[in-house]
Design a protein around this ligand. Structure first.
Ligand SMILES: [Cu+2]
Length: 169
């Protein structure tokens, strides 16, 4: 956690809402990564969220000092076409988890103010429906990455047609 950056974000939220924002200490984030695409294409951000509390929480979006616009999206496939829709919130059940992953939910990062390269770290402030926030470091990975690359998992997908998906997430 970067106290300076967080306090800046919090003061922004305070100004915007008049409500008091708090750290979401009941939510844990892991496997946080970003798939960066060449040029000005938007990047997809993925993370696993675990909710330790007795009540559900809803991810509403995220803020970033690097990307001017962040939106919560869901990818789906229909008739061989990949499409994305904007969603208001992603529910994380009580004592459960939710995954943002390629071909599913993602945070879409648009309009970078600096060039983000694989290996860079980008801090996003995840925003929840109860007003709490969670500042998380996301590692930037190349366009052909399928996961955070921080574990040897058995769910590695076979080489799918990701290369044919123009928006890459
Ligand atoms: Cu998207």
């Amino acid at each position: 956690m970067k106290p300076l950056a967080l306090s800046m974000v919090l003061s922004g939220l305070l100004l915007a809402s008049g409500a008091r924002a708090a750290d979401a200490d009941h939510v844990r984030a892991s496997h946080a990564w970003i798939r960066v695409l060449p040029g000005a294409l938007p990047a997809g951000a993925y993370v696993t969220l675990e909710n330790d509390s007795d009540r559900p929480v809803a991810l509403r979006g995220a803020g970033s000092t690097v990307y001017a616009e962040v939106m919560l999206h869901q990818s789906s496939r229909a008739g061989g076409m990949s499409r994305m829709t904007m969603v208001d919130a992603l529910n994380v059940p009580a004592h459960g988890k939710a995954e943002l992953a390629p071909a599913g939910y993602h945070l879409m990062l648009m309009q970078p103010k600096v060039t983000v390269k694989p290996g860079d770290t980008v801090t996003l402030t995840l925003q929840f429906g109860d007003g709490s926030t969670l500042t998380t470091d996301f590692v930037a990975r190349p366009a052909n990455a399928l996961d955070a690359g921080d574990e040897h998992t058995d769910h590695a997908m076979p080489a799918m047609d990701h290369g044919a998906m123009p928006h890459g997430h």
